[in-house]
Design a protein around this ligand. Structure first.
Ligand code: FAD
Ligand code: NAP
Length: 346
């Protein structure tokens, strides 16, 4: 089927903030071959490319003067299995939560703590999605991607992806280089659950469920629905800032001035601070200015009440960063990407 390339397409339905910007060119791709055709279209016109999943981790700040390629490749298959383990290959355009549910239905475990995270399978490795004590890297085996520098399909394993806390090479050194087409997960058929993240165990109890991977998933969904705004009702991109990781020396100094500071050990010599707590302490929770604001229940989530602008949102984010820096001496880093990327050429 020939590619249907649209011009001046509104991206409002394609980003969870609901910002009304448009793409110079827009195409939805359903096969790996179509990605190749889209790359050729862009190359012929010297157009840069923005790869889009479900738009739940980006800020579309202005009209996008590029070719926006929405990944919609579908398909889930078992590629290897024995009595205890299974390798499942999922296409980039599959909805993440739908994939998690499919795995649970088959009796393939390991993804339950990552239930109800918005977005696609293909975007999941980009920031090594994480929640409730589990990260994508814990169940990741390898991924397939098109390397835009050669046009060839490559396979990247754990080491090549350089996963760390909400990071990978796809956000860092190899930004814009790879288009992820498939991800392969290593899951278990033994029902072993991870409730180490405090709220899960309490929620399973509250819901009167017997402990199981399905119960973990239900508890996580219940917690998320109670705490987080649904982007279908209130524009947002989840956590707007990452939890800052600082060295233990800086942490000891902070602790003297702020004995209630919320923190967690983060590996050798480091401590993770809860960014939501820092922002809340600066008085931002529930703050609203026009159509933009900070969520009433979760200070880490910036929201668009409808009709707000990305410029106003980014200006508010800057003021939040300034106040956290002034009060705590801690630098907040944005989690979603901003597009178009200033100064980008390809
Ligand atoms: P998009 O926003 O479309 O894209 C994100 C980035 O990935 C962009 O840079 C894009 O170019 C790139 N990209 C997308 N697809 C591909 C591909 N196939 N190949 C190469 N690059 C690609 N995140 C968490 O980690 N944990 C959470 O618990 C969590 N909770 C959230 C809750 C809410 C309410 C919301 C709105 C967001 C939350 N997020 C969370 C953020 C978001 O859901 C994830 O980052 C998700 O993986 C983004 O998927 P997406 O398909 O929407 O990606
Ligand atoms: P929460 O339970 O209120 O906890 C606040 C923060 O403290 C979290 O950011 C979490 O860090 C940290 N934390 C809590 N218990 C911890 C533990 N036992 N060990 C280590 N760190 C702990 O968080 P929440 O806002 O309701 O979110 C719940 C989970 O969903 C978190 O894992 C969060 O990352 C994830 N989430 C992510 C996004 C996003 O867009 N990235 C949006 C919503 C929720 P971590 O963030 O490192 O887990």
């Amino acid at each position: 089927m020939p590619l249907l390339i649209l011009e001046n397409q509104s991206l409002q339905p394609f980003n969870t903030f609901g910002f009304d910007v448009s793409a110079r060119y827009f195409v939805e791709v359903n096969t790996v071959e179509q990605i190749g055709e889209a790359l050729q279209f862009a190359a012929d016109r010297s157009l840069p490319l923005l790869v889009l999943g479900e738009g739940s981790n980006l800020v579309l700040a202005e009209d996008i003067p590029e070719l926006v390629v929405k990944l919609a490749i579908a398909g889930i298959e078992v590629v290897e299995e024995n009595q205890e383990h299974v390798l499942v290959r999922a296409a980039a355009g599959e909805n993440w939560h739908g994939f998690v549910q499919w795995c649970l239905e088959q009796g393939y475990y390991g993804l339950e703590n990552l239930s109800l995270i918005p977005g696609t399978v293909g975007a999941a490795p980009v920031q090594n999605i994480g929640a409730y004590g589990v990260e994508l890297k814990d169940v990741f085996r390898y991924l397939e991607a098109i390397d835009r520098t050669t046009g060839k399909t490559v396979t990247l394993n754990q080491n090549a992806c350089c996963f760390s806390y909400r990071e990978s090479i796809f956000k860092g050194a190899s930004k814009n280089r790879y288009i992820i087409t498939h991800v392969v997960f290593s899951l278990t058929k033994q029902a072993s659950i991870n409730t180490s993240y405090g709220a899960i165990a309490a929620e399973i109890k509250r819901l009167e469920l017997a402990e199981s991977p399905l119960a973990v998933s239900e508890a996580v969904c219940s917690l998320r629905r109670s705490k987080l705004p649904d982007p279908a009702e209130l524009g947002n991109a989840g956590s707007f800032f990452k939890n800052p990781v600082i060295n233990n020396e800086q942490f000891s100094t902070l602790l003297m001035s702020f004995p209630d500071i919320v923190s967690y050990p983060a590996g050798a010599g480091s401590t993770k601070l809860a960014a939501g707590w820092l922002i809340d302490q600066c008085g931002w929770k529930g703050y609203r200015e026009g159509q933009i604001g900070v969520h009433v229940h979760q200070a880490l989530v910036l929201v668009n009440y409808g009709g707000g602008s990305a410029a106003d949102l980014l200006a508010l984010a800057e003021r939040i960063r300034d106040s956290v820096r002034n009060r705590f001496g801690v630098e907040l880093e944005m989690e979603p990407g901003i597009y178009p990327t200033p100064g980008r050429t390809g």
